[in-house]
Ligand binder design. Structure first.
Ligand SMILES: C[S@@+](CC[C@H](N)C(=O)[O-])C[C@H]1O[C@@H](n2cnc3c(N)ncnc32)[C@H](O)[C@@H]1O
Length: 259
């Protein structure tokens, strides 16, 4: 692997930027950002995290938002390889954790195959950020014994989700990329035996200053979301743990961030 003008060997650090609040970045991630020659990032990286990048560092936005210009996945990986092969220290910043619905695995495989030194630095995935910020624990001895993360994003027109498993009691289901399909998701869970009164929370822009949380039940959450115009990026949290949200609000927990 070639060295750059400072004698540094090129490498790629595949970094999870967390759900948005820059204070949730790991110490290791912040150190790599400070050492970077170039940062390649996508739309879910919070502006507070981008503000930590020094002005002399090259920034490359590669998007992933339908309405904005974005590079296809294989071109993103080629870009990372090309910069590393020029001896540059490349930070690939992804929202949340790179290995949770983030296509980090695909980027890692291609970088390894290209012989590029690469490391992975985890980030706080959106579910954990939303949980902490709303006071909704994902597991609880009295309410939920397990927690499942799934994507509500359809591939080839079908969800490919195991609905009977998701509808089982005493667990928490967190759905990423599901807000656009909320009515259908709720319908499937009801059809597979989940109680209509099961509490559901939608958390949009978790950990950011404009975080929005709305709570309902499986029976009415789709209507509430429409009325409140909840849009991506948001998470759907389904399960009895959501009943603890009101207590957290009463205790003022959700107002602590950034203070
Ligand atoms: C492509 S996935 C990326 C997930 C990311 N790698 C992670 O670990 O959080 C994008 C989805 O993550 C969720 N998401 C990411 N950041 C979020 C945030 N700050 N608040 C709520 N949901 C978020 C939304 O469901 C969004 O549609």
């Amino acid at each position: 692997m070639p060295k750059n003008e400072k004698g540094t060997i090129g490498r790629v650090s595949l970094i999870g930027a967390g759900p948005g609040d820059p204070e949730l970045l790991t110490v290791k991630a912040a150190r790599r950002l400070a050492q970077a020659d170039v940062v390649v990032y996508d739309n879910l990286v919070g502006s507070g995290v981008l503000d930590l990048i020094a002005p002399h560092v090259e920034r490359i936005y590669v998007g992933k938002e339908a309405s904005k210009h974005s590079l296809p996945q294989d071109e993103i990986t080629l870009l990372l390889v090309a910069h590393a092969k020029r001896g540059r220290r490349v930070v690939r910043l992804k929202g949340g954790d790179p290995f949770v619905f983030g296509r980090g695995g695909e980027e890692l495989n291609t970088l390894v195959a290209a012989g590029v030194p690469v490391e992975v630095i985890p980030g706080i995935t959106a579910a954990l950020g939303a949980s902490a910020q709303t006071g909704i624990p994902l597991t609880h001895r009295d309410l939920s014994q397990s927690c499942i993360f799934v994507t509500g994003h359809r591939k080839d027109g079908s969800y490919g989700l195991d609905w009977p498993m998701l509808a089982r009691p005493f667990q928490t289901v967190v759905i990423y990329m599901g807000v656009g399909a909320l009515a259908e998701i709720a319908q499937q869970l009801l059809a597979h035996g989940m109680a209509p009164a099961t509490p559901v929370a939608l958390v949009r822009n978790a950990t950011l200053s404009d975080q929005q949380t709305v709570v309902g039940t499986l029976a009415d959450i789709a209507d509430i979301a429409l009325r409140r115009k909840i849009q991506a990026p948001a998470l759907i949290i389904v399960g009895n743990v959501v009943s603890l949200y009101d207590e957290a609000v009463a205790a003022g927990l959700h107002t602590v961030s950034g203070s």
